[in-house]
Design a protein around this ligand. Structure first.
Ligand SMILES: CC1=C(CCC(=O)O)c2cc3nc(cc4[nH]c(cc5[nH]c(cc1n2)c(C)c5CCC(=O)O)c(CCC(=O)O)c4C)C(CCC(=O)O)=C3C
Ligand SMILES: [Fe+2]
Length: 348
């Protein structure tokens, strides 16, 4: 497909995760460099990875996503190669951009595996893009890397989450189904980072507002009139406030209120990676069992064909001509807006 100012490659940009036990430590060092995560927390998280043989599910899931994306692009006649790069582990974005450059591509559409605004979910991926371009040196002058806009509220996401909530509900014993509390969970971030999320003139909290809106959209589409919003996987020292309540504390609370079952929907994540399979399928499930709560976990949407169709739609939109700016759409890692999702310095 050739259009003026078109694009000649796609890169899926993700978080990265270890592929073998020896990768776990260096991966965690990459993730937490300069971020004030206490060493005890790192030891704990390393254990989670070792519990799964030192392999994060995230890389295989991303490769599967890329395979499906290639197939779907081919089906609709968009002839673009799809590359894979990460923030924290191989293939690192620097390595991927070397390859893209060597293959002769100069204009690249970047699909981030985070749907959200905020520093960790949006701006840090822009920083990754700049890091990759910096590594190319002068060769970067001929490159354009356009990050696709945020998709947390895309109709395909809402529809897919709604189906996955209904499917989870159907896993509960019939007598508990109508009683079940719907709980949406997303990755916690420091409260200071949430306050700094979004363009300054918008008053902050872009991340938690988006998560709440996405949850409301999915709940409504699944036929629920109410839901709870919780957070998971916090990693800062206890004295620094992060978004709460934490999922496990919340399970205590709902059990104390007499709730008999919960449907836990990991709306904050695109795939069933470690934060989902450890924090929800192990810790959350154990907690629910201990409390005698019925527990069903909704599956993530990344393997739904509608998710792939959505990516193709976002790509097609860019190929069809100039696209008006939407949140998260950036060129060469320049921030969305001045001061948008500014990183917050964290105490060591
Ligand atoms: C908002 C958000 C998303 C969603 C958006 C997105 O998808 O990008 C996300 C995704 C993920 N987070 C992941 C893993 C980790 N996150 C950590 C640490 C942190 N995450 C944070 C935020 C987020 N994280 C923050 C504020 C920290 C504190 C350190 C810092 O300020 O950066 C740590 C360090 C140890 C720990 O403390 O847990 C690990 C290992 C994996 C891969 C899992 C796998 O391997 O399968 C994925 C997809
Ligand atoms: Fe994280």
């Amino acid at each position: 497909m050739s259009v003026e100012g078109g694009f000649d490659a796609v890169m899926v940009l993700s978080f990265g995760g270890p592929d073998k036990p020896a990768d776990v430590r260096p991966f965690l060092e990459n993730v937490t460099r300069g971020r004030g995560v206490p060493p005890e927390r790192l030891d704990e998280v390393a254990e989670h990875y070792h519990h799964f043989g030192g392999v994060s599910p995230i890389n295989a899931l991303n490769k599967q996503m890329i395979g499906s994306l290639e197939t779907e692009l081919g089906r609709v006649g968009i002839d673009l190669p799809v590359y894979f790069g990460n923030r924290n582990w191989h293939p690192m974005i620097e390595e991927t951009l070397e390859q893209i450059y060597a293959d002769g591509h100069r204009r690249v559409l970047v699909f981030p595996t985070s749907a959200w605004g905020g520093y960790s979910g949006c701006r840090q991926y822009d920083e990754d893009i700049r890091r990759g371009l910096d590594a190319l040196g002068d060769r970067a002058d001929s490159m354009v890397l356009r990050k696709l806009p945020q998709y947390w509220d895309h109709p395909a996401m809402t529809a897919s989450w709604a189906d996955s909530i209904r499917a989870a509900s159907a896993e509960l014993p019939p007598e508990l189904r109508d009683e079940a509390r719907l709980i949406f969970t997303a990755h916690s971030i420091p409260d200071s980072a949430d306050r700094a999320a979004g363009p300054p003139q918008d008053g902050g909290r872009l991340y938690s507002r988006q998560v709440a809106d996405a949850s409301r959209l999915a709940a409504t589409a699944a036929g629920f009139s109410s839901f709870d919003q919780v957070w998971q996987s916090r990693s800062g020292p206890a004295r620094i406030p992060w978004l709460d309540p934490d999922i496990c504390d919340h399970l205590d609370d709902v059990a104390a209120q007499g709730v008999l079952a919960v449907i836990v929907c990991p709306i904050g994540f695109v795939s069933d990676h470690l934060e989902v399979v450890w924090d929800l399928d192990n810790e959350g499930l154990d907690k629910a069992n201990e409390l005698g709560l019925g527990y069903a976990r909704a599956k993530t949407v990344g393997t739904d064909p509608r998710f792939i169709t959505m990516i193709v739609e976002l790509i097609g939109e860019q190929l069809a001509g100039p696209v008006a700016f939407r949140q998260g759409m950036t060129d060469n890692g320049a921030p969305c807006a001045v001061g948008c999702c500014e990183p917050v310095r964290r105490p060591a």
